[in-house]
Design a protein. Structure first.
Length: 113
């Protein structure tokens, strides 16, 4: 199954189910690195439990929202080591939840491996 989205006004929706796609970008390299503008981009469908990951360009001066900033460093590191845990955490947070998930583990389609 290839996952894709289509425009729907000012947002993108999942082709398979019509659910609005969610996305998150974060910086992987420190500010002093020449690779600072190469970031990780995640996009996923909450209903289909599927996601993609890509390298994305984000200008150096653009400030990205850090959804992990309030977490202890150990928990941030744990989430960043696993895309599926990160997507699950971000999805619960976007839906207003915070506890454990009873949904199936998200699965990856396309993107970097």
């Amino acid at each position: 199954m290839n996952w894709d989205t289509v425009p729907d006004g000012d947002r993108r929706v999942c082709v398979a189910c019509g659910t609005p796609a969610r996305s998150y970008q974060y910086r992987f390299h420190p500010p002093e690195s020449f690779l600072f503008e190469r970031c990780i981009g995640l996009a996923w469908c909450s209903a289909c439990r599927i996601y993609t990951t890509n390298l994305v360009y984000v200008p150096r001066k653009r400030v990205l929202a850090d959804s992990l900033a309030a977490l202890p460093a150990e928990q941030q590191e744990r989430l960043l080591r696993s895309e599926t845990r990160l997507v699950d955490f971000l999805d619960r947070r976007a839906r207003g939840g915070g506890g454990g998930s009873t949904a199936a583990t998200p699965r990856r389609e396309g993107g970097i491996r």
